[in-house]
Design a protein around this ligand. Structure first.
Ligand SMILES: [Zn+2]
Length: 480
């Protein structure tokens, strides 16, 4: 049996050997996702969807606490609406999917499958908004969007993905700007508290910002392989869309005015990030707060004495506070079950056998440290609760340490190129603010400016690329 257990683990390619293959093995073998008959579209299986639901529940609560309401807008957008804001259409046109027929009849106007919903939502806001008294509009929708991608990978980049998109209107510039930053900070807090992923918050450069936005703010996380993942964005759209869509209201002086507009979103991409930050060569490692199953109880010699009785008792006790499962499948050995739950990243495994019961103890296995210990059955609920918190914190600290180890500074281009090639990660450098330098860096190294962090440091006085006076410190990296 020991031999079979080993083979079971060997099904996952080590990440040091082939990182993309490791990722694919993990997501497929742990039943998170599968490929669908349509290329580039993924099927999210129950275990993967449960992760999304936990993210959704967490954020939905935060959105509602900050005054937002959910609603739903249609999947299809008339071409004439999509083309109303020039930068926006230019940004999205290459990846839009079109509906041209209803049944056998060709449509008078083509309809696009939403790549994002600013345009359709703005067309409705224009119809609804009358007075400053109606503001702010604080709406969000949970839905999927389609962006036709050439190269796809489940969760990270798929032609359809699940997300939420918030769309708000405000009376003043300041209020809209504050909303944009508030939502970014909710995303940061979600990443850090729920997913145990440390992120860098900052602003996108002109070249990397959302099509039609005045300012785009982002949170950026670093993966095991030293690549960055944009994990959430919040856009200050100013009056670009409200003017294009003629959204007007009568202001406090009774004059017609255009409101200020924001939009913000996170997607199922976060699940890809979750995997690439915490997981290892044995499979998934899930932070307890987001794990679909936090504790699994595996009975040992279930047929003997009062093992199942004790298992049921402990299960009933723990499930009042935590997501717990009992694996009492008779046709699998305990060793096989251990491997499976380890691979699926369940934070804590409890083993209960006749010997444990004799000693009034249980055996505990921690997925994050792979440690096995015996603990008393007394106050088990509290002990488990504390242990889950400890694991959550440990995973965050581990991820932070990994990011710090993979964060470098560079003041010269050859130094920068060397880091990107030899030891990929975040590189902090000074930048003049010119798009020419940004594009040159991208072309020569494949790395992009991930953000201009809110927390600025002075690494030097001159731009890493052109040597002219530097404006900002930026984080650079290759990205997903
Ligand atoms: Zn420059």
């Amino acid at each position: 049996m020991a031999k079979n257990d080993k083979q079971f683990v060997e099904e996952i390619t080590p990440m040091e050997v082939d990182f993309p293959q490791w990722y694919t093995d993990v997501i497929l073998k742990t039943d998170l996702v599968d490929y669908s008959p349509v290329k580039g579209f993924m099927v999210i299986k129950p275990y993967g969807y449960a992760l999304w639901e936990n993210i959704q529940n967490y954020l939905d609560k935060k959105f509602k606490e900050t005054g937002h309401k959910n609603c739903y807008f249609p999947l299809l957008i008339p071409e004439s609406l999509l083309t109303k804001e020039a930068e926006h259409v230019e940004g999205f046109a290459p990846e839009v999917a079109w509906v041209t027929h209803g049944g056998k009849n060709e449509l008078a106007e083509r309809l696009c499958v939403r790549p994002t919903s600013e345009t359709i939502i703005c067309s409705m806001y224009a119809k609804w908004l009358k007075s400053y008294r109606d503001l702010p509009y604080l709406y969000n929708q949970w839905c999927s969007v389609v962006r036709w991608e050439k190269a796809t990978r489940p969760f990270l980049r798929t032609s359809e993905f699940l997300w939420q998109e918030g769309h708000t209107l405000h009376e003043t510039y300041e209020e809209a700007e504050a909303e944009t930053l508030q939502m970014l900070s909710i995303y940061r807090e979600m990443c850090e508290n729920l997913l145990a992923i440390p992120v860098i918050s900052g602003q996108k450069s002109e070249n990397e910002k959302f099509a039609g936005a005045e300012d785009t703010y982002t949170i950026e996380a670093l993966m095991h392989d030293g690549k960055a993942l944009q994990s959430g964005t919040s856009h200050f759209l100013g009056q670009h869309f409200t003017k294009a869509f003629e959204i007007q209201f009568s202001d406090r002086e009774g004059k017609q005015a255009f409101p200020y507009h924001t939009s913000w979103g996170v997607s199922t991409r976060l699940i890809g990030g979750l995997i690439m930050v915490h997981s290892d060569n044995r499979g998934l490692v899930l932070p307890p707060r987001v794990a679909p199953t936090q504790v699994v109880i595996v009975p040992i010699a279930a047929h003997k004495g009062n093992v199942m009785e004790k298992v049921d008792e402990i299960f009933a006790d723990l499930k009042t506070n935590n997501r717990v499962e009992v694996d009492d499948r008779a046709n699998y050995s305990p060793g096989w079950k251990f491997n499976e739950w380890e691979m699926k990243g369940v934070p804590v495994r409890i083993e209960i056998g006749p010997k444990d019961i004799e000693k009034n103890q249980v055996t505990i296995f921690r997925r994050d440290t792979l440690e096995k210990t015996q603990i008393s059955m007394e106050n088990l609920k509290e002990t488990i609760e504390n242990l889950l918190e400890e694991i959550q914190e440990n995973l965050f600290n581990k991820a932070l340490k990994m990011r710090e180890e993979k964060t470098y500074t560079a003041t010269k281009m050859d130094e920068f190129k060397n880091i990107i090639e030899e030891t990929p990660g975040f590189v902090k450098s000074m930048w003049c603010g010119e798009v020419e330098c940004e594009l040159k860096i991208k072309e020569e190294t494949g790395a992009t400016i991930r953000c201009m962090p809110f927390e600025q440091e002075k690494i030097g006085d001159t731009c890493i690329c052109c040597g002219k006076k530097a404006e900002k410190m930026v984080y650079l990296a290759k990205a997903y």
